[in-house]
Design a protein around this ligand. Structure first.
Ligand code: XMP
Length: 512
């Protein structure tokens, strides 16, 4: 079993970043609810605990608090921001209430040698964001660094290996912040960086087997990265006990369904059920032009079709989902009501409750790039693992206006050319997304001696890190020209191709 560092989540927007940083050292870090029982952490073999920051004040009535048993586990503890105040408050120091938050940079001066600051320069810039502040140290602690505003910017209790930082070492603006975290997990907690994707795959497969036993699992396979990786992983664990349901909603790209059937049915030999529902979806979408109504109809119809397929399968105990870590709600709401930490982003309606299905989410501790590495580990091809995001409502949001079989056909053919050329020029995997949009606008053209009056295709090709912001990609002219020429020559019904040169914001990536 890999060595684990527990990050207790008190609601900071940076909690995920802490976990991310530690995994860059190949140390397995897992985010837990702030009040996870100490016994559970002990049972899971946790080597060290980090108390995250958070928006609360320790004085608030419902302030989130850890199980104080964590201080008796005999493992090092590092409190960050709200975490240092918890150390002060719970271990008999003194925290001062403040009505203003301190934000921004300050200079940290290291005053004492400490394993936490091994190799750290005597003065570094650090990033603060905190409300209350530590006013007196708990017994046994000493200050090891200070800022202009605080003599207790970093503290330690060397006997029990408890440490506290008033600033955020995990954020980019803190100089050598990564080194401080590394000192904690490798130096103080003694982790060796033993976390590999192969090991993770193995232990997750083992855990799925234990959880599922001889029962049955269904999974909604979309063909996207997350559900594909989840399917391949669960297949490795329980094989025949898994049934994947793929809904053909008639809004897929060219040959997409065939590719899913070939990969998962033929190569992986999975139980794959394909629900043929194109007519139903297109029927319900007839005459609909409002983007939000399109989405709603597609969402509801998906749930309906999926449910009826599941009912046909018969006895099923688990619903598997490809939920990944960023889908897990980032923070505990202010006021410390950590009700539900998991948001279910795959909306399969009330199916789990109605059919009494248990949820299986084997990817819910992984970040996107880790999911991709895991996908490679379990034998998925590059074309699946590195595929571009594709919206759930599919081509419906890329046919502007009414969705008709004719419009869909034009879009599908044009899009296939774009993808083919992007791959041939080795740009497909370099951009975030590249796709065509069908515009229900007819313009005049000439082809040969004939006047044409045909539709317009827009090319949307963007670069992005996380889809929150995006820039249009500057591709070689010759490539754009080739795509345009091929679409106009080969796709009947199109006589004009335009390039979308808008960034997000203020535009969005999709057109609807
Ligand atoms: P926008 O258009 O909002 O898109 O800039 C950001 C990212 O989200 C994808 N997207 C969707 N994904 N259902 C999805 O599953 C949707 O309704 C949807 N709309 C947009 C889009 O492709 C881009 O990657």
């Amino acid at each position: 079993m890999a060595q684990v560092i527990a990050v207790l989540d008190f609601g900071s927007q940076y909690t995920q970043v802490i976990a991310r940083r530690l995994r860059e050292f190949e140390v397995y870090s897992k985010v837990y609810r702030y009040d996870t029982p100490a016994e559970q952490l002990r049972a899971e073999g946790v080597r060290g605990i980090i108390l995250s920051g958070g928006p609360s004040s320790v004085f608030a009535e419902k302030a989130p608090r850890p199980d104080t048993g964590i201080f008796d586990l005999g493992v090092p503890v590092l409190g960050i921001c709200y975490g240092i105040q918890l150390l002060g408050h719970l271990l008999d120091g003194k925290v001062e209430k403040s009505h203003e938050r301190e934000y921004g940079r300050s200079e940290l001066t290291v005053r004492e040698a400490s394993p936490l600051f091994e190799g750290i320069r005597p003065r570094i810039q650090v990033w603060n964001s905190h409300g209350d502040r530590l006013a007196a140290l708990p017994p046994g602690f000493r200050a090891i660094a200070a800022t202009q505003n605080s003599s207790f910017a970093a503290i330690e209790e060397p006997t029990r290996n408890f440490y506290g930082l008033q600033f955020h070492p995990e954020v980019f603006h803190t100089e050598q912040g990564t080194d401080i975290l590394r000192n904690f997990v490798m130096g103080i907690c003694g982790c060796t960086g033993d976390w590999t994707m192969a090991g993770y795959a193995e232990s997750t497969i083992e855990r799925i087997r234990e959880t599922v036993g001889d029962r049955r699992v269904i999974l909604g396979l979309s063909g996207g990265v997350d559900s594909s990786v989840a399917a391949a992983l669960i297949d490795k664990a329980i094989g025949e006990q898994l049934t994947c349901v793929f809904v053909d909603n008639g809004l897929l790209r060219k040959k997409e369904r065939a590719a899913v059937e070939k990969l998962f049915g033929d190569n992986f030999h999975m139980n794959l059920v394909v629900a043929e529902a194109a007519d139903l979806f297109l029927d319900r979408l007839r005459g609909v032009t409002d983007p939000e109504r399109k989405r709603k109809i597609i969402g509801n119809t998906f749930v309906e079709v999926f449910e009826s397929e599941v009912e046909k399968i018969g006895e099923v105990d688990f619903l598997a989902q490809g939920t990944i870590y960023p889908d897990v709600i980032e923070s505990v709401p202010i006021g410390g009501n950590p009700a539900a930490l998991i948001k279910s982003h795959h909306n399969v309606g009330g199916l789990p409750e109605r059919m009494k299905l248990k949820i299986l989410e084997p990817l819910n501790q992984l970040f996107k790039d880790e999911v991709r590495r895991l996908g490679e580990e379990v034998g998925l091809p590059r074309s699946v693992v590195w595929r571009q995001p594709f919206p759930g409502p599919g081509l419906a949001v890329r046919v502007i206006g009414e969705i008709t079989p004719e419009n869909l056909h034009i879009l599908r053919e044009a899009d296939a050319i774009l993808i083919e050329e992007m791959k041939a020029a080795d740009f497909y995997y370099k951009v975030w997304q590249s796709f065509c949009v069908f515009l229900p606008v007819r313009t005049v053209g000439v082809m040969g001696d004939e006047r044409t009056y045909d539709y317009v295709i827009a090319l949307r090709i963007v670069e992005s890190i996380d889809a929150m912001t995006a820039d249009w990609a500057q591709l070689p002219h010759e490539l754009v020209q080739k795509i345009s020429t091929r679409i106009i020559n080969e796709v009947a019904g199109v006589n004009r191709v335009v390039l979308d040169v808008s960034s997000k914001p203020p535009s969005t990536i999709e057109w609807e």
